[in-house]
Ligand binder design. Structure first.
Ligand SMILES: [Zn+2]
Length: 79
């Protein structure tokens, strides 16, 4: 039988160092896809035609792509 010395967790309040503030990455939750303007929610990105509503497509400049099925839709160039 070996007796292990119980280490009481010491409260080291004083040694609490200030953590370097990490730059928060742009959160890309569901909210990132919506723009809320005075009670109105407008979609900033199109939804995938294949996957249906709920699957947003990523903006790639001149086209949108769906990360779910890989569907690519080119933006209609307006002239
Ligand atoms: Zn899709």
């Amino acid at each position: 039988m070996s007796k292990t010395p119980e280490e009481a967790p010491k409260e080291k309040e004083e040694e609490k160092k200030e953590k370097p503030v990490k730059k928060k990455k742009e959160e890309k939750g569901a909210f990132a896809f919506y723009k809320i303007e005075s009670d109105q929610i407008s979609r900033l990105r199109p939804v995938c035609e294949r996957c249906g509503p709920g699957y947003f497509m990523a903006d790639h400049g001149d086209r949108y792509t769906c990360g779910h099925c890989g569907f690519t839709r080119y933006k209609v160039a307006e002239k």
